[in-house]
Write a protein that binds this ligand. Structure first.
Ligand code: DGL
Length: 247
């Protein structure tokens, strides 16, 4: 199977990492809209317009599926992308909601949703979780994590101060939804901050769980080919991919 993976920038590489780990696809076409990142501060109409342009871009490749490896786009533009595309389009929000359900037995569990301003404003996770009877929800927009990750700042004083700034007044959660594909890059520091008892829900692992349930993958792909495209400076994206994924 040949899949297109779309994100506003480099965050979707965390989803690619999970896809590679589980050896699901023969070919991956990655597109990061690096010229226009961040999407998380944009409004709904702009996000939809950019998302439809991404579908048009993918039409050059005869794909079997498109994975929207961006929570912001999944929250606002999934239906529009599905209407514009000729193959299935899968988003990370629904997958993340189902992964959270699978990870938690207790409907009273305290769930902290993190995301961009747009994702948190959409309340997409809250709607999904409430429909599954989870009601003890906190949501926090943490947009500063995006440029920190883009700058490859994964620890240190600036990040610690940012964690403090965002989280000091929150009650301790049982699970944290990393509702932005940039955030798994901060998994170590977030894990240390919240402690071992708090589960972190990762969009990449969630999408793998979802795909394995909904689709049939005949055999493990051990030699996946990946092509990287970006709307600006594709070499920088390729370099980051090489550093993070070794491919
Ligand atoms: N990676 C995007 C997401 O999952 C966020 C980055 C952005 O603001 O564009 O929401």
């Amino acid at each position: 199977m040949k899949v297109g993976v779309f994100d506003s920038g480099i965050g979707g590489l965390t989803v690619v990492k999970s896809l590679l780990k589980h050896q699901l696809f023969e070919e991956i076409i990655y597109f990061g809209d690096t010229a226009r990142v961040p999407y998380g501060s944009k409004d709904k109409n702009t996000i939809i317009r950019y998302a439809i342009e991404a579908v048009e871009f993918f039409k050059n490749f005869e794909l079997d599926m498109i994975i929207v490896a961006c929570n912001t786009v999944s929250a606002y533009a999934l239906t529009e992308m599905q209407e514009a595309a000729t193959c299935p389009v899968i988003g990370v929000v629904e997958a993340g909601v189902l992964a959270t359900q699978n990870a938690l037995q207790d409907k009273n569990a305290n769930i902290l949703i993190l995301g961009t301003n747009a994702t948190i404003h959409s309340q997409a996770y809250e709607h999904g979780l409430k429909a599954l009877d989870f009601h003890n929800l906190q949501a926090k927009a943490t947009p500063l994590f995006v440029p920190l990750v883009e700058e490859a700042i994964f620890d240190g004083a600036i990040l610690q101060a940012t964690l403090q700034h965002y989280f000091e007044n929150l009650s301790k959660p049982n699970a944290v939804i990393l509702g932005c594909t940039h955030f798994p890059l901060l998994e170590d520091v977030l894990g240390r901050y919240f402690g071992k008892e708090t589960q972190l829900i990762h969009s990449g692992d969630a999408i793998v769980e979802y795909l394995e349930k909904e689709f049939t993958f005949k055999k493990k792909q051990t030699n996946t080919s990946i092509k990287y495209f970006a709307s600006e400076n594709p070499d920088a994206l390729r370099l980051t991919a090489k550093r993070w994924l070794n491919v």
